[in-house]
Design a protein around this ligand. Structure first.
Ligand SMILES: C[S@@+](CC[C@H](N)C(=O)[O-])C[C@H]1O[C@@H](n2cnc3c(N)ncnc32)[C@H](O)[C@@H]1O
Length: 224
């Protein structure tokens, strides 16, 4: 899967390109991340890509032409790419959406800054808007990295241990609790059943705990 990212801050993506699960996926050639500096598509010597808002008001707006030209450049080689604008106004990024996006071959992620992009980009150039939650962050880069990480985890063989696909939400419930050495610390013990070696009992306990935790923390999952 190829992620082409349109951004004013390409260097931010070293955070996922150089370390962790996404970096491992890149090393295994299961995904790639290309960053595109939007300022390279500016048509002025100041490399400016934003303008004051029509109608007045605070903040600047990202202009249509550099974004449109950048998308066109990427699409020369990947005409089928889906263009996703990271936006607080988009559909929520969920496990289900991550699974759906993991089936795509190439995605263009448009990262907004300032007040966001000129609405004509949303109307004409963007296929989907995706939000990481009902709050506003300062730029689309962090949202794009969240999206890439969660989608990458769903690409077969990216995770060393596919058991991690049993994480929260994968089976419609939250994950069960996890414990590791030592058996007792500061008077707190690991549940007996996990030390029993009886796999059927362990599995049953984990299932019961997942149900209990889901009921407590995310009751809407059980309603589904
Ligand atoms: C300061 S925000 C602009 C917010 C916009 N004026 C609004 O209120 O809808 C700048 C950029 O950050 C990104 N962004 C902010 N919050 C986001 C969220 N919850 N999910 C995804 N992207 C977000 C978008 O790319 C947005 O264009």
């Amino acid at each position: 899967m190829i992620f082409d990212i349109i951004t004013l801050f390409p260097q931010m993506f070293s955070a996922i390109r150089d370390e962790g699960v996404v970096a491992r996926g890149i090393k295994k050639s299961l995904l790639s991340i290309n960053t595109w500096q939007l300022r390279d598509f500016a048509d002025n010597k100041y490399r400016s890509v934003d303008g004051a808002p029509y109608g007045g008001g605070a903040g600047m707006v990202m202009q249509v032409k550099p974004i449109r030209d950048c998308i066109a450049k990427i699409k020369q080689k990947k005409p089928q790419s889906t263009v996703i604008y990271l936006s607080p106004q988009g559909e929520k990024l969920t496990h289900k959406l991550a699974l759906e996006l993991a089936n795509l071959n190439s995605v263009i992620l448009l990262c907004g800054r300032y007040e966001g992009v000129d609405e004509r980009v949303v109307e004409h150039d963007v296929d989907r808007e995706v939000s990481i939650g009902d709050y506003v962050i300062s730029g689309g880069e962090l949202a794009a990295m969240v999206l890439i990480d969660t989608v990458a985890r769903q690409i077969p063989k990216v995770l060393g241990n596919s058991a991690s696909l049993n994480d929260s939400f994968a089976q419609g419930l939250l994950d069960h609790p996890h414990y590791t050495r030592p058996e007792i610390i500061d008077g707190q013990s690991v549940p007996e059943v996990l030390l029993s070696g009886h796999q059927a009992n362990i599995d049953a306990w984990r299932k019961q705990q997942a149900l209990k935790i889901s009921q407590q923390k995310c009751p809407y999952l059980l309603k589904k």
